[in-house]
Design a protein around this ligand. Structure first.
Ligand code: NI
Length: 185
């Protein structure tokens, strides 16, 4: 099932998401819906708060990047109850966008590598250091679980440049090709 994506201004995007019970019967259909929603919206990552649920479930699909980054061939993973527990001091600046803030992209500086603890789709515990584009995506999604969006991390000057776009979201306006839920819908 394709779910609407919650847009900036929706209170759920500001909540700290909670760990979920490791119940395959509940998680399997939820994760399937999240993959389907991510696919039609052509994103690389989706966190459960973006579909209105303040729980720690994230899906990542980097398979479309495989042409340039072959290490991500068929890369499609779910991260359940994920927590970033360590980060490198070395940082990197990259352009980011977000399905909950359509039409905005800004440079964000983040640690280059992070250590994440989570449960995979088979509900097995994992503890991994990740780097590269995956580290970037997981940090962006982890922010969603902590009630943050990427524009919280840009300079006041850059934020002033996108203020009218943020205000438009708060008025219920969002222009994109996928189904959304704004504060007004
Ligand atoms: Ni996002």
């Amino acid at each position: 099932m394709i779910l609407p994506i919650y847009i900036y201004g929706q209170p759920v995007l500001r909540k700290v998401a909670e760990d979920v019970e490791l119940n395959k019967e509940v998680l399997e259909p939820l994760i399937a819906d999240m993959y389907a929603t991510l696919e039609v919206s052509e994103g690389v990552g989706l966190a459960a708060p973006q579909i209105g649920k303040a729980i720690r479930v994230v899906v990542v699909d980097l398979s479309m990047l495989a042409e340039d980054l072959p290490e991500y061939k068929d890369f499609r993973h779910a991260y359940i109850n994920g927590h970033i527990v360590e980060a490198s001091e070395e940082t990197e600046t990259m352009s980011e966008g977000c399905l909950s803030l359509p039409g905005i992209s800004e440079e964000v500086t983040r640690p280059k590598r992070v250590r994440i603890q989570y449960y995979d789709e088979q509900l097995q515990p994992r503890d991994e250091w990740v780097d590269g584009f995956l580290a970037r995506v997981l940090q962006h999604e982890h922010d969603h679980l902590e009630g943050h969006v990427f524009t919280d991390r840009i300079s006041p000057f850059r934020r002033s440049m996108i203020k009218s776009k943020l205000t438009a979201f708060l008025k219920g306006k969002a222009r994109c090709h996928y189904k959304v839920k704004t504060v007004k819908s």
